[in-house]
Unconditional design. Structure first.
Length: 95
């Protein structure tokens, strides 16, 4: 199946806040990996983010890309470091 991948406005803001080297790595390595096999590379989430998936990369800091797969569309909802992404995700999903 061929997937379309898009970034939410929040994810675009998140991406801009990251160091340039991490931005490039996300755009040219990690997002293509998610787009080619979204259910194979990400881990299903529970709780507030039930239905979404989390893609992990990096070491000290570790980063997460949170995304939702709906049929042939992948929507990246949040991008950030592991330390604060789940706290932000809870606030993001209450809106």
């Amino acid at each position: 199946m061929k997937y379309t991948l898009e970034l939410s406005s929040a994810a675009k803001r998140d991406l801009k806040r990251l160091p340039n080297i991490i931005q490039s790595e996300i755009l040219f390595t990690h997002l293509p990996a998610i787009q080619s096999d979204p259910n194979g590379v990400g881990f299903p989430l529970r709780g507030t983010l039930e239905g979404e998936r989390s893609y992990h990369f990096g070491r000290k800091p570790e980063y997460r890309i949170i995304y939702l797969v709906e049929e042939e569309l992948i929507t990246v909802t949040i991008i950030g470091s592991r330390e604060n992404i789940y706290k932000r995700a809870k606030r993001h999903h209450r809106k």
